[in-house]
Design a protein around this ligand. Structure first.
Ligand SMILES: Cc1cc2nc3c(=O)[nH]c(=O)nc-3n(C[C@H](O)[C@H](O)[C@H](O)COP(=O)(O)OP(=O)(O)OC[C@H]3O[C@@H](n4cnc5c(N)ncnc54)[C@H](O)[C@@H]3O)c2cc1C
Length: 319
C-alpha cells in the first residue's frame, strides 16, 4: 500500500495533491491518502475521485492550520501502524517540508521532486535537480520510501470511486507546534484568479520597462480571465509583488496558455512554466532563449503587439 499526504488550504484541497495521487497510482493501485488538520468529508470526495481507497484524517486540537513539524510527528504513528511501502506528497514547498520532518523523525532519507519511482531493494528514483535541468538516477536504501513527486510532471487523472474516511488521533508534543500558521495578512483576498490555478497567464519581464508598462499585461489577463505573472527581475525591482513571480523561487505553473512578454527565458524562469500546455513568447530579440520553449513566437515590441492582441480579443468577444 502507498500512502499519499494530501495538502489543503483551510479545507480546500491543493490541486497538486491530485497529481501526486495520480503519480502514486502509476506505481501501485493500492493507494490511501492522509490529510491533516481538516474535517474529512469534502476532501474524501475529492481524493476518492483520484483513486484513494481510504482517507485517514489526522485529528488534534492543535492541528487547525499548516504546522509542518506537527505534521511530521503526526504521521509517525500512522505510518508505523499502516506500514505502507512508501509515503508520498506533492513536491510543493509544503509537501517537501512535511515529509522532511517525517524523515528526520524516523531517521530515514527523503527523495524530493521525483519524476519516476520504482519500488524495490533499493528503491530507484529519478529526481529533478537544478530546477529540472538535470535528471538524477538515485537509489534509496531504506525499507520505507519517503518521497515527493515533481507534481506538475503528472497530469491529474480521475478514476472515479470514493474514499472511506478513518479518523486518527495524533499525539503531539508542545514543541511540535512551535512553527504554525497563526494569521494571514496581505493581498490574498483579491478576488481574482490565483497564479497557481489560472488557466491563462499573461506574464511580463524586464522588457515591459517598468511598473506602469504592466497596464497592457493586466488588461489582456483580465480580458482572457487569466492571471498576471512576472519574472524575478520584475519582483526584485519592486514593479510587481512576489506572489506573481513565476519560476524556481516563485510559483510553478502549468496553465493551458502562458504568454511570456519581454522575458528572456532564463533557466530559473523556465523551471516554473515549462509544463504549460501552450507557450507564446513576445520578444524583440529573435535569439532570445524563450523562443526555444515557445509553441508560437512573435518577434516584436510588446508595447506594439499587446494593444493589437487586446483589440483582436475584444472584437472576437464582440466588445
Ligand atoms: C537562485 C536564482 C533563482 C532565480 N529564480 C527566478 C525565478 O523564480 N523566476 C525568474 O523569472 N527568474 C529567476 N531568477 C533570475 C533569472 O536568472 C533571470 O535573471 C530572470 O528570469 C530574467 O528576467 P527577465 O527575463 O524579465 O529579464 P531579462 O533577462 O533582462 O530579459 C528581458 C527580455 O525582454 C526583451 N525585451 C526588451 N524590451 C522588449 C520589448 N519592448 N518588447 C519585447 N521584448 C523586450 C529582451 O530582448 C530580453 O529578452 C533566479 C536567479 C537565481 C540566481
Amino acid at each position: 500500500m502507498l500512502l499519499v499526504l494530501v495538502d489543503h488550504d483551510r479545507g480546500t484541497l491543493d490541486p497538486l495533491s491530485t497529481r501526486a495521487l495520480t503519480a502514486a497510482r502509476t506505481i501501485d493501485s493500492d493507494v490511501q491518502a492522509v490529510v491533516i488538520g481538516v474535517s474529512g468529508a469534502s476532501v474524501a470526495a475529492e481524493v476518492g475521485k483520484f483513486g484513494a481507497k481510504v482517507l485517514h484524517v489526522v485529528n488534534n486540537p492543535e492541528l487547525t492550520d499548516y504546522a509542518p513539524m506537527a505534521s511530521g510527528r503526526a504521521l509517525i504513528d500512522l505510518v508505523d501502524s499502516l506500514k505502507p511501502a512508501a509515503v508520498f506528497a506533492a513536491g510543493s514547498p509544503r509537501g517537501n517540508e512535511q515529509l522532511a520532518h517525517l524523515a528526520a523523525f524516523k531517521d530515514l532519507p527523503m527523495a524530493a521532486e521525483c519524476t519516476s519511482v520504482t519500488l524495490g531493494n533499493p528503491h530507484k528514483v529519478v529526481r529533478a535537480r537544478w530546477a529540472g535541468n538535470l535528471l538524477e538516477d538515485a537509489n534509496v536504501h531504506s525499507d520505507l520510501l519517503i518521497a515527493s513527486f515533481m507534481a506538475l510532471a503528472f497530469e491529474p487523472e480521475e478514476v472515479g470511486g470514493s474514499a472511506e474516511v478513518k479518523e486518527f488521533t495524533a499525539n503531539l508534543k508542545p514543541e511540535d507546534t512551535i512553527v504554525k500558521v497563526i494569521d494571514r495578512v496581505g493581498d490574498s483576498n483579491t478576488g481574482g484568479v490565483t497564479l497557481a490555478d489560472a488557466k491563462i497567464i499573461v506574464s511580463g519581464g524586464r522588457g515591459v520597462g517598468g511598473p506602469e508598462g504592466f497596464g497592457v499585461i493586466e488588461e489582456l489577463a483580465s480580458l482572457l480571465g487569466g492571471a498576471v505573472g512576472c519574472s524575478r527581475v520584475v519582483t526584485a525591482s519592486g514593479w510587481r509583488p512576489h506572489s506573481e513571480q513565476v519560476g524556481q523561487t516563485g510559483t510553478k505553473v502549468a496553465p493551458e496558455l502562458y504568454l511570456a512578454c519581454g522575458i528572456s527565458g532564463a533557466m530559473q524562469h523556465i523551471a516554473g512554466m515549462k509544463n504549460s500546455k501552450n507557450i507564446v513568447a513576445i520578444n524583440t530579440d529573435p535569439e532570445a532563449t524563450i523562443f526555444r520553449y515557445a509553441d508560437y513566437g512573435i518577434i516584436g515590441d510588446l508595447h506594439q503587439v499587446l494593444p493589437k492582441l487586446i483589440d483582436a480579443v475584444k472584437s472576437a468577444k464582440g466588445a
